[in-house]
Write a protein that binds this ligand. Structure first.
Ligand code: HXC
Ligand code: NAP
Length: 270
């Protein structure tokens, strides 16, 4: 990367930060001097993330919490204040996803994704506000499904659309406090749980669908998160920024293909 970010002395907290794209963001900040705290449900994921982040020689912390549970999110912030002080960068990226036709989705199946992605993001924002440092950068991780309708993704499309609007409203309300609130919408990012779940039978067409000719990397998303948290982005707030190689629309077609494949497979089994 030809831009030299330096986050020495900054405190970065990432909900859903123990694996995948969000962990990639955690590593990028740690590699540039930030103290990094990651949070997710599974103790094993938290412990593994802490072990890897320790290698960067920066202060590292981890907490087990479920973003669906407001009290557990509040407890994380209370612990962080006691140990770490005010937060400079707060990222909300916990999410759940699976392919399911809306007509086959139970009430709880729809609810679980809305609870994690949308209500969870609200919990992180609402509970986190009082713990932010002046001039803090807040970033929500959204998805192209927020604006592009995708078959078998009714739950995710609805939840992430809510995340986008929440981001815009909080940017309006928190701007006067000097807090910037933005969102990143990753495209297809290689080697992630999201891609494994949504394009399990990818034949390479996903790559061809991206104008820049490759899947994204976790570093691509991390670069945008660092930019948004740097002084170079000091006048950017309320923005939903794709990080997708220019190909959100086309790459989402691949998700549709995966859905068709799974539906055909299920039909063949009956
Ligand atoms: C239909 C399903 C289902 C499936 C679960 N459900 N999987 N319905 N098809 N494949 C239903 C269950 O039957 C249940 O409803 C309800 O959802 C809750 O399921 P639980 O297993 O009890 O939920 P829980 O243990 O809380 O787990 C949440 C989860 C799980 C979302 C279901 O998959 C998870 O923890 N995911 C986290 C990791 C993840 O998804 N990462 C990918 C993010 S990628 P009933 O009615 O039976 O009670 C992303 C965008 C990617 O977000 C974009 C790529 C381009
Ligand atoms: P991932 O590795 O599964 O990351 C999800 C993280 O959230 C995990 O650390 C998980 O850890 C945590 N989590 C899940 N449910 C939680 C809950 N209820 N409370 C607290 N933490 C929870 O998936 P990913 O593919 O990297 O996706 C990361 C983000 O990018 C998501 O917001 C996703 O929507 C977005 N995105 C991904 C892609 C892609 O190509 N992969 C594309 C567009 C958008 P635990 O299991 O330990 O809780």
């Amino acid at each position: 990367m030809d831009i030299q970010f330096d986050f020495t002395g900054k405190k970065v907290v990432i909900f859903g930060g123990t694996t995948g794209i969000n962990f990639g963001i955690a590593e990028a900040f740690a590699a540039r001097g930030a103290a990094v705290v990651v949070v997710s449900r599974k103790r094993a994921n938290v412990d593994a993330a802490i072990e890897k982040l320790d290698a960067y020689g920066v202060p590292v912390g981890g907490f087990v919490a479920d973003v669906r549970d407001m009290r557990s999110v509040e407890e994380v912030f209370e612990s962080i204040r006691a140990e770490w002080g005010a937060i400079d960068v707060l990222i909300s990226g916990a999410a759940g996803n699976f392919l399911a036709e809306a007509s086959a989705l139970s009430s709880n199946g729809f609810k679980v994704v809305v609870d994690i992605d949308l209500n969870g993001t609200f919990h992180v924002m609402r509970a986190g506000l009082d713990y932010l440092a002046p001039g803090a950068s807040v970033i929500n991780i959204t998805a192209p499904q927020a604006s592009i309708p995708v078959r078998y993704q009714a739950h995710v499309c609805a939840a992430k659309a809510g995340v986008d609007q929440l981001t815009r409203v909080l940017a309006l309300e928190w701007g006067a406090k000097g807090i910037r609130v933005n969102a990143i919408a990753p495209g297809p990012i290689a080697g992630t749980e999201g891609m494994a779940r949504l394009t399990p039978h990818d034949d390479g067409a996903a790559i061809e669908s991206v104008p820049l000719g490759r899947l994204g990397t976790k570093d691509d998303v991390a670069g945008l998160a660092m930019f948004l948290s740097s002084s170079a982005a000091r006048y950017i707030s309320g923005a939903i920024i794709p990080c997708d190689g220019g190909g959100s629309g086309e790459s989402v077609l691949q998700i549709q293909e995966a859905g068709r494949f799974l539906a055909a497979a299920a039909a063949a089994q009956q």
